[in-house]
Design a protein around this ligand. Sequence first.
Ligand code: NAP
Ligand code: ZN
Length: 349
Amino acid sequence: MFTCDAFAVDGPDKTFHPFTFERRDPLDHDVDIEILYCGVCHSDLHTARSDWEGTIYPCVPGHEIVGKVRRVGKKVTRFKEGDTVGVGCMVNSCGTCDCCRAGLEQYCEKGNTLTYNSPDPETGKDRYTFGGYSKRIVVNDNFVLSVPENLDLAGAAPLLCAGITTYSPLRHWKAGKGMKVGVAGLGGLGHMAVKLAHAMGADVTMLTTSPSKEADARRLGAHHVVLTRDSENLAKAAKTLDLIIDTIAAKHNIDAYLNLLKVNGTLVQVGAPAEPLPVGVFNLITARRSLAGSCIGGIAETQEMLDFCGKHNITADIELIKAQEIDKAYERMLKSDVKYRFVIDMASF
Ligand code: NAP
Ligand code: ZN
């Protein structure tokens, strides 16, 4: 074991503080990573504040990790000291169920090991994983990604969650030329959805509550912007979209968004508010619409997304912060004041 510096939170209404804990030394298939940058996802906030309940404290969030390989276990062949690598939301899965064998580790039937706040069988029965708000992480090599060398490393960190969570449904529902894709919510996930859908060739409509983000939405790649607080705007945009990626982190009126779908359209919920979202079934029935959900993406697909971003030179638009500023970043995130992802600089520890 070795001592690792981190920032942790001790309860739903507590602030972050410096924290040290023990990480395992690399097992045969492990990669020991010196973390350089870690993105701040709204899921970190949901977990730190126990919005979804069940958070184990102290909690060290962080699942948008980019760093350099420091050491590798004896049986690791794909990585070596000095490589630039990433780690996303999962650090292990059973590897044998139908989902894992299909490259859908995010839906592992036995339950995967998440990067933080997850029971950690590899370190010990009663231990929970600690995430990327820390200086180092040790991860099974199957869950370590290669980060293309041409990408800015701080801007690449958010690809590991915000990037793959939007790339996966865009690919699954075949976003591309001729498809009209709406993106609801211009935050971390939403701005990646806009960039990725644009790069895939889709016609992109930004659905935002924030008039101040309109110009940015267009700069990021949206062809149209609908300000959703105005019902007239929503009426004008009714039945115009084939697919909506809904990234909204709070309770919202899902019917208002379903109405924007054409016949056979699909709304994919990736945003994860804690409260149930009521749905008027007639909005589904009268236009054969689908309401779907999607969880991050598998490991092979995450590598595919990173390579796609390398090819198209896509990274997140970020505000680099010090670890001491995490609480302030959370407060801004709650006010939808994110441009468009906070990333922690580990050199600030
Ligand atoms: P974020 O950066 O805070 O962005 C969320 C955006 O949603 C806001 O910027 C805002 O955009 C919009 N919004 C917020 N409150 C709203 C409201 N009451 N009504 C309408 N719009 C509202 O959050 P994020 O990191 O992108 O994460 C978004 C959600 O996805 C979170 O719930 C997170 O837990 C979840 N998530 C899910 C997965 C998955 O695998 N499915 C993975 C990662 C994250 P505008 O200002 O443009 O309106
Ligand atoms: Zn996330």
